[in-house]
Design a binder for this molecule. Structure first.
Ligand code: CMP
Length: 138
């Protein structure tokens, strides 16, 4: 079993897609081990996306991520990291395969509905960033 970190981003929450995305997550075999709706501060968004600090879209991305509530989650499944990324689809919804979350619910490369960790080290960091010290329920 593997755990990954996932976000339903502010664009998807605002568009009332939260329930449909959670349904896809559960029907795809993930167990939601932790979940919280929260609004990030700009500083929290900047810390979370620190690896992108030098990118031209960093300011816009962190403003967007703090523009309204999002849903942060710990998802568990076998190969959860790769499977969640497959379910999300490509970063740019225009390039995402059909039947992926970003194709269905994303509006643009920035407002792309969901986030997922890209590697085990990133998942450990991101889970610890949002769920520090948590004992994930079994
Ligand atoms: P995410 O998977 O959360 O990881 C970094 C985020 O930066 C990405 O999803 C997009 O929301 C955003 N992003 C990536 N590339 C671009 C881009 N070229 N322009 C604007 N935003 C981007």
């Amino acid at each position: 079993m593997e755990r990954t970190f996932a976000i339903i981003k502010p664009d998807a929450v605002q568009s009332r897609y939260t329930g449909r995305i959670l349904q896809c997550i559960e029907e795809s075999g993930f167990t939601i081990r932790a979940m919280q709706m929260r609004r990030l501060s700009v500083t929290e968004a900047e810390g979370f996306y620190d690896v992108h600090r030098a990118r031209p879209f960093f300011g816009s991305l962190t403003q967007f991520m703090s523009s309204g509530p999002c849903v942060v989650m710990a998802l568990e499944a076998e190969h959860a990291i790769a499977r969640w990324r497959m379910l999300m689809g490509a970063t740019d919804p225009a390039k995402a395969d059909v039947a992926t979350l970003r194709k269905e619910f994303g509006a643009s490369i920035e407002h792309n509905a969901t986030h997922g960790s890209d590697a085990p080290e990133t998942a450990a960091y991101e889970l610890g960033y949002f769920f520090p010290g948590i004992e994930f329920s079994k």
